[in-house]
Design a protein around this ligand. Structure first.
Ligand code: ZN
Length: 195
């Protein structure tokens, strides 16, 4: 079968993105294939983008409602296509302070947002070997975990800033972010908000 591509990534208004994913009991060959598909789709998406990096993906983003997340091992080096796998990830503790920073999502086209997140989280997950492991993440990585684990619960980053008139941005031609007009483009946009 052909490799998964960026076209296999579902985007709003696909309502599946708002559904809760199911727990994975065992790491089967099907789960291993799912992980490979997620990685291929992310890299293919990144290869189509000049200014962006595909840092992570949740399984629901390729329309598989399972609690699986993959995160790039290296956000700086686009040539490093390796990922770390988190099965049934949960945040066990929120720490640090709350800071706002830019976030984008492969499933929310053409929009970026300023999203408040905790600067430090503790995460528990199952690895490919079927064993539980824990990590502590700070700053950008902490943000990624909060974003991706939200996906497993059917929550998108825009849901956190729904009523913030100054939180929405788009990528301009040269790669810089510019503000989007909230009233006309965001507020009543039926493509991005649930009914
Ligand atoms: Zn996302």
């Amino acid at each position: 079968m052909a490799h998964m591509t960026k076209d296999d990534i579902i985007t709003l208004p696909n309502a599946h993105l708002r559904q809760r994913s199911k727990k994975v009991s065992f790491v089967t060959p099907e789960i291993e294939k799912l992980i490979e598909d997620m990685q291929n789709a992310t890299i293919d998406w990144e290869n189509s983008r000049e200014h962006e990096v595909g840092v992570a993906l949740a399984a629901i983003q390729i329309d598989k409602p399972l609690r699986v997340v993959v995160v790039r091992n290296n956000f700086q080096d686009k040539a490093d296509h390796t990922f770390k796998v988190f099965i049934n990830p949960v945040i066990t503790k929120y720490e640090g302070e709350i800071q706002s920073d830019y976030e984008g999502c492969l499933s929310v086209r053409s929009i970026y947002g300023m999203v408040p997140r905790h600067t430090k989280v503790r995460v528990k997950a199952m690895g490919l070997d079927g064993r539980e492991f824990r990590v502590t993440a700070e700053d950008f990585l902490a943000r990624i975990f909060q974003h991706e684990i939200d996906h497993t619960n059917g929550i998108l980053y825009i849901d956190h800033i729904k009523h913030d008139e100054n939180a929405f941005f788009k990528l301009a031609d040269k790669g810089e972010l510019e503000a989007i007009d909230y009233e006309t483009v965001i507020k009543n946009n039926t493509d991005i908000w649930e009914e």
